[in-house]
Design a protein around this ligand. Structure first.
Ligand code: G6P
Length: 612
């Protein structure tokens, strides 16, 4: 995610900002920038690419200011380029701002501001907000602080912002809702950042802002307020953890951090897309092709790796809810076959990185044959979104662990939204059913919080089976791709051989492998094939296999049969994959850690496979 850094004090701000931006590089970013006060003006320098490129660009520039802000951007609105990079300055140059988060109603605010003579240079939601602040400030002839507060009261969404006002040059104004901000306290100086990594080398005394907090920061005075203007005393905390631990949010590995981020990343995926009364879903990036999608005779999903598993979930969902036939293809197979592609086909390419070579080649082939291609990608501005006709970004934030976790749940969240919406538009499901499903989807983040509480229990199970040489993962229906994903996660990071199978297919081969040394992981939640799965578990137990079952909470039948049960909350069958995949991610993580494997960078694997 984007990174924020700011400084106000007596030292030169620029080296502190630059150093801070480098500390924040681990978060993933595509452009960087700083803004400082120089000769009573705010001057911004920004550049697409690495912080080192910004540094090179400014190598011969004298920047003496001792107040400034800096930002590393990970694109959400508009592709990565110099113009979209932060900081952003208001139209008349009065305010400059950096921002993390997403302003959901930015389009509405943008059109309102347009009627008042404001236009934007960038495609960002941030520029809209800084223009709004300036508009309110100028119109009301009020203080910068009040303008920021009033502007934020009109914003729907998440933000962590730091604002500079040309007319009030001795202060920084910061505010938080959803996106974290930390203030570091020095002697007659303050630091501000999106996490403590850029701060710890200067001070250990910090204040974590809460949602709806505002900070007015001067060199020797810090005022904290709530958004409705009530002052409060800061709670100063001492940090005693190292930079490495802070980068990983206190977790031992990025993978674990990303697993635990899923309640938030899923929320970010549907943020601003699901209407608050659940009556509709808006996928803005698809509006141009939506009529074609609604009338599609066939959908072909193309992807690789974990994204291909998301595609299999998509097949189940789209066929179930929209009644459109779906085929799911590996990019690498599709491109070298001679597939039948028609001009009324819709091809959906799913990719975390947006750079996977086989998926890209398959897209090119589909487009040449006249199909309409839609991308579901995480990295904004990457190659796949540029090569497709339309698309939906997953907004899961940068994924650093090579084994994909939160990107998968974000991809299937998009597919859930798409399937529900198509189902409604095609008249397959009623408005009432649609609203029910959307409401259930909105409850998933909180249910994942509950699933994450099984972490310690899963660690104990991992202890017992860390030395196994084979694992089998079984599931049915929408849980079959989850079984494949569970097996892939284990293979990738622990180097244990694992296979995923549809539970009923087990008897056509894998059952021959079952003995007391073979752990079998069942996804056995309460859905329409539950009774069949119970029979499959019995078949394993009869052959002395070890059963680890992911079950719906309160299940007693499987508890009596299985060696271990991991309980997850009940939900709609069509959303079950979002919950059941989490214990499997945790199981593979703990086994890999116990085997001393390099969890975040497993051997022989790459995060983004840009070659065939
Ligand atoms: C690599 C990664 C996987 C990923 C796959 C597809 O193999 O290690 O985690 O699922 O590529 O990548 P994509 O970026 O297209 O989703």
């Amino acid at each position: 995610m984007c990174g924020i850094v700011g400084y106000i004090g007596r030292k030169r701000a620029y080296p502190i900002l630059l150093n801070g931006l480098k500390r924040l590089e681990y978060r993933g970013y595509d452009s960087a920038g700083v803004a400082v006060f120089e000769n009573k003006e705010i001057i911004s320098y920004k550049k697409q690419g690495k912080v080192s490129e910004l540094e090179d660009m400014l190598a011969d520039t004298k920047i003496n200011s001792n107040i400034g802000i800096g930002h590393t951007r990970w694109a959400t609105h508009g592709e990565p380029n110099d113009v979209n990079a932060h900081p952003h300055t208001s139209q008349n140059g009065i305010f400059t701002m950096i921002h993390n988060g997403i302003i959901e109603n930015f389009e509405r605010l943008k059109s309102k501001l347009a009627t008042r003579g404001y236009s934007c240079n960038s495609e960002t939601d941030t520029e809209v907000l800084v223009n709004l602040i300036e508009y309110i400030y100028t119109k009301g002839n009020i203080s910068a602080e009040l303008a920021v507060r009033l502007a934020l009261s009109k914003v729907i969404g998440a933000y962590g912002i730091v604002v500079m006002c040309k007319n009030e040059p001795d202060k920084l104004i910061a505010a938080r809702k959803g996106s974290p901000l930390v203030i570091g306290i020095g002697k007659n100086e303050y630091y501000i950042a999106s996490d403590a990594t850029p701060i710890v080398e200067y001070t250990k005394s910090v204040i974590y802002l809460d949602n709806d907090n505002l900070a007015i920061i001067k060199r020797n005075q810090l005022t904290l307020k709530t958004i409705d203007n009530t002052e409060f005393e800061p709670e100063i905390q001492k940090i005693d953890i190292g930079i490495d631990a802070i980068e990983k949010g206190g977790f031992d590995h990025f993978m674990l951090k990303e697993i635990f981020e899923q309640p938030q990343s899923i929320k970010d995926t549907f943020r601003g897309r699901i209407k608050s009364d659940f009556s509709d879903i808006r996928l803005g990036g698809l509006s141009d092709v939506f009529p074609k999608l609604v009338n599609a005779k066939r959908i072909i999903i193309i992807a690789c790796g974990t994204s291909w598993h998301a595609g299999l979930v998509g097949e189940y969902l789209i066929e179930e809810f929209a009644r459109i036939p779906v085929e799911v293809e590996y990019g690498s197979e599709f491109r070298y076959r001679n597939p039948v592609i028609n001009s009324d086909d819709i091809v959906i390419a799913i990719s975390q990185s947006g750079e996977t070579a086989d998926t890209l080649a398959a897209i090119e082939m589909a487009r040449k044959n006249g199909a309409t291609v839609i991308g579901i990608c995480n990295v904004v501005g990457s190659s796949i979104p540029r090569e497709t006709d339309a698309g939906v970004y997953t907004h899961a934030g940068p994924e650093i662990g090579v084994a994909s976790t939160k990107a998968f749940t974000a991809q299937v969240t998009v597919l859930n939204m798409l399937a529900f919406l198509l189902g409604k538009k095609r008249g397959v499901i009623s408005q009432e059913r649609f609203e029910f499903l959307v409401k259930k989807l909105s409850e998933i983040p909180q249910k994942i919080e509950q699933v994450l509480k099984t972490n310690d229990q899963i660690k104990k199970i991992a202890e017992l089976y860390k030395n196994s040489t084979n694992f089998l993962y079984l599931g049915r229906g929408v849980q079959f791709p989850v079984a494949l994903e569970g097996a892939l996660k284990l293979k990738e990071i622990s180097y244990i051989h694992a296979e995923g199978y549809p539970a009923a297919e087990m008897k056509h081969g894998p059952i021959a492998l079952i003995d007391e040394n073979m752990p079998v992981v069942f996804i056995a939640t309460k859905d329409k094939t539950y009774d069949k799965i119970v029979s499959n578990i019995q078949e394993i137990k009869a052959r002395k296999g070890v059963v680890i079952a992911v079950v719906t909470e309160g299940d007693t039948a499987i508890k009596n049969l299985a060696d271990h049960v991991i309980e997850i909350p009940d939900t709609e069958e069509a959303l079950g994959h979002l919950l059941s995949v989490v214990p499997l991610q945790l199981l593979s993580y703990h086994i890999a850690v116990l085997r001393n494997c390099n969890v975040d960078q497993p051997r022989n694997l790459a995060k983004s496979v840009t070659v065939e």
